[in-house]
Structures are given as C-alpha cells and as structure tokens.
Design a protein around this ligand. Structure first.
Ligand SMILES: N[C@@H](CCOP(=O)(O)O)C(=O)O
Length: 480
C-alpha cells in the first residue's frame, strides 16, 4: 500500500522584514533585498483550508499506524511541513515522536501545578535539532535530485546540538553532502564536541562565543557556495514545527488550558512552535491556541528584555552573554528574533497568549536537578523551563487548572558536566551558583584499593558487605 500523500504545495520564501517573496526552490537564507530572515509559506495553503479540521485530525491519527519510514517522524505532518518533497527525498533517522511524560504526584505537589516534560533529548542525536535537520537535509536531497548537483558543502555555527545533528545527517546521507561545523572554543560540552568528531565532520573551533561563530557562518553563506544549516535556514523551522503538532496530537487536539514552555536561544524553536500552532489553528485542527511562555537566563536575555517593556516602548537590543549552564541558549543576538516579532503579533491577534520570563542560573541548574531526581532526563534547558514554570507561577501567569508542557530540548547526558560542577561545588564565580547540600550527591567509598589487595575474595565480599549494611542500617533476612 502506498501511503505517501498526493498533495503538493508551492512553497515560497517570505521575508519577515520587507515582505518580499522568492521561489522556494532556491537556497536562500536571507532576503537579497534587505537581509531579513524568511519563513516558508505555501501558495496552495487555501486548498488545505478547504479540508475540515476533523478530517485533518483523522488523517494524522491514521498515520500513527503507518510503517513507511518517510511518514513516521516529522513527516507524519507532511502537508504542513514541506509538501514538495518526493518520498525518495526524505531522510529519516528516527527523529520526532518523542515522549510526553507526566510528572509524578510528588513533583506535582512540590511545584503546585500539573506538568509534563516533552523529552526531545530522545531524538537520534539527543536534541530537538534533528527535527529541523531532517527537513533541511531532505530539502538538500530534493535540490540535488532536481538540479542534478554533484556536491553541497554544509556549514553551521553551534553551541553543540546543531553541530551534532548536522554532522550526523551529513554522515548518513554521505557522498554529496559534506559537513563543516564552527564551534566556540571551550564553550561546547565534551559530549557535544565528540558528536561531530565521531560523525566525521570537519570541526573548526573559533575563539569567542556562539554569536561570533554565527557571524562567520553568515559571512561564508553570504559570499560563498555553502548551505547554511542554522535555523536562519527556513527549512529548519518547518521541521521543528512538528514539535507543536506532536503536542496537539498527544492531547487529542485539545489545547484548552495547556501552557507550552520553550527555552529561547537562537529563537528558531520558539518561532517554529508558535508557527506550528498557528497553522493547526488556521486549518481548524485545534480550536484554541495554547499559551506559550519563552524562558531566558538572566545571562542571555535579549528576548525577555524586549517583551518585558510595554508594547509602545519595545526596542530590541542584543546583549553580551555571560556564562550559562543553559549553554545551548547562551546567545545574545538570536537570528530568529525578527521572526518571533512578526509571528507573535499574529499569535496575539488570533487570541493566543505569549510571554517571556527570565530566570537565574541557580534556578536553572536546580530545575534540572529537581526534574531528574523525580525520574526525568531533563538537560539544563529543560531545567530552565522548570525554573520558568516556577517564575510564571510567581508572576500569576498560570491558573491552577492549567497544565504545562516543558521542553527538555536535549538529553541530560550532554550537559552532565554542569551537574558534576554543582555536586563538587566548583562553579567559576561568573555563574553565581552556590550549591545547596540537599541537591548534591556523590559516590561513597567504602573500601580503598590498598585494603582490597590485602583481602581474599571472600574477605573482601564480607567486609564490603558489612560496611554497606552499616551505612544502610538494613536488618538480616528472616528464615522462612
Ligand atoms: N543552541 C544552538 C544554537 C544554534 O541554533 P540554531 O537552531 O540556529 O542552529 C546549537 O545547538 O548550536
């Protein structure tokens, strides 16, 4: 049975600054006229609007059973994402469809609100970037097929997740697509540095922070034949919209009283989430837009600063970042900010609520530790979301009947060095983090190697066992 959809769209780039339109078959990142960022729109969208919301819900629910890999990940929502690809263009490495896990009663009580984690760290390269990358690489394959290109060199700047993802997809597609990643030296975790190295990408380290690397990538993409893979690339945004579609589908397309928390770094993800909900709303698939709350650390908070001002006084100013445990979001000049501005206006016009809250580094790391002590696998950005939920409650942005969905953007293991720094109390002063004993944990040594060497195997088992009994205070097993 061929389940692949028949609908084909006609995609075009729309500049979010000057409104100019360009054909979607081009490899564009910014508007040739004004350098503004793009969103991709579908000229045939009205055809999709003719189908009732109920029918769409049935189509997407039926696809949950489909076994064709091309439709199992983000392209379950093919018509809403990139309905120009043929089946053979689609790259699927198991991205998307990540679990939404409700918190246990203890954590619910502790926070005073019911909430869920959507674990995007369970994507193949262990972050949400795979959603966008699957779409961007499918687009490159589409271009290679359509225009018979022999080779494309891809490039991205990264705090660690984008580079891991880009390198992994390039390694899979192999041959025609090569990957180069630019990383800020010493500001990517060892796990994240290992990922593109292991995938065989060319890794270039530059002094400075992510924003410096991004500027170099922009220079290269503006002047040379390279494909930029940061979220400035509008195809990345389309893929990341699947996050919003999956939330809506998980809750049976009913988003009344749902609040979605998203950490903001380069602002591509919040753009995609808001845009995704807007598309579902336009097609009548959801009847209510959920509340969306962006979260930023006080060490990298340009979007918070903008939205914290009254509407008429808002001015966007990039900030100089300070070290942050939410390292993936340590960005002072998010490239997607103009997109956020334009789509948030539309979101609010259509009745959706949008806020941005600011949190402290101490709250972020403890957010991660609290989440993980209750059975989650939240990264520091996931911790940032929990800190954001607590802040939003303090600011009365949430009603008690509302339920929150928190974005754990990556797997905790990528950022585990920050947990180690907390447990060992050795954060450099710039982080302003003072570990609290109740959140610390460390391994206990019951016997040293010298003692072990002097014992027989049986004596070792006996001695170690007795020491552990002493620590645990456990009582002997009774005879049956
Ligand atoms: N945190 C990101 C920063 C770049 O974001 P992008 O979505 O624009 O690629 C990373 O992992 O590099």
């Amino acid at each position: 049975m061929n389940d692949f959809p028949n609908y084909r769209g006609d995609l075009f780039y729309e500049c979010q600054e000057c409104g100019a339109h360009y054909d979607g078959d081009r490899l564009y990142y910014t508007c040739p006229k004004c350098k503004g960022v793009f969103l991709l729109k579908d000229k045939n969208f009205t055809q999709l609007e003719e189908i009732p919301g109920k029918k769409w819900r049935e189509i997407f629910d039926a696809r949950l059973k489909v076994k064709d890999n091309a439709l199992r990940g983000i392209f379950r929502y093919y018509e809403l994402i990139a309905p120009v690809f043929e089946r053979e263009d689609i790259v699927y490495l198991g991205e998307g469809n990540t679990p939404i896990i409700e918190v246990n009663s203890k954590l619910r009580k502790y926070i005073g609100q019911n909430f869920f984690y959507k674990n995007d760290g369970q994507n193949p390269s262990a972050s949400f970037k795979d959603r966008g990358m699957a779409c961007a690489f499918s687009f490159l394959k589409y271009l290679i097929r359509k225009f018979n290109w022999s080779e494309i060199l891809t490039i991205c700047a990264s705090t660690g997740d984008t580079s891991a993802s880009a390198a992994m997809y390039a390694a899979y597609v192999n041959g025609a697509i090569k990957s180069v990643v630019l990383l800020p030296q010493g500001k990517v975790t060892p796990q994240q540095l290992a990922q593109p190295l292991g995938s065989g990408a060319l890794v270039i380290e530059l002094p400075g922070v992510f924003d410096d690397c991004m500027k170099v990538v922009e220079f290269l993409a503006d002047n040379y034949r390279v494909a930029l893979l940061n979220s400035k690339n509008a195809w990345r945004i389309l893929g990341q919209e699947s996050y919003a579609y999956e939330i809506a589908q998980w809750f049976d397309w009913e988003l009344e009283n749902k609040v979605v928390f998203v950490p903001i770094g380069n602002a591509g993800n919040i753009t995609a989430v808001v845009n995704g909900f807007l598309k579902l709303y336009a097609l009548g698939i959801i009847k209510k837009l959920p509340k969306v709350i962006g979260v930023q650390s006080e060490h990298a908070d340009p979007v918070f600063r903008y939205y914290s001002l009254p509407k008429e006084k808002r001015v966007y100013t990039p900030v100089k970042v300070s070290p942050s445990v939410a390292q993936a979001a340590m960005i002072g000049n998010p490239v997607s900010f103009p997109r956020v501005q334009s789509i948030v206006e539309e979101y609010e016009r259509k009745g959706g609520d949008f806020y941005v809250v600011q949190v402290e580094e101490q709250e972020i790391i403890e957010g991660m530790l609290i989440a993980n002590k209750h059975g989650h696998i939240a990264c520091t950005q996931g911790g940032e979301c929990l800190a954001g939920l607590i802040r939003a409650k303090e600011l009365n942005l949430l009603e008690s009947k509302e339920e929150a969905i928190l974005d754990a953007t990556a797997h905790m293991l990528k950022f585990i060095g920050f947990q180690k720094m907390y447990f060992e109390n050795n954060f450099p002063p710039e982080y302003k983090i003072k570990p609290k004993p109740e959140f610390q944990n460390y391994p206990l040594q019951v016997l040293d190697m010298e003692t072990k060497k002097q014992l027989s195997w049986e004596e070792f088992v006996q001695k170690a066992g007795e020491k552990i009994v002493e620590i645990l205070g456990i009582i002997p097993r009774k005879e049956a």
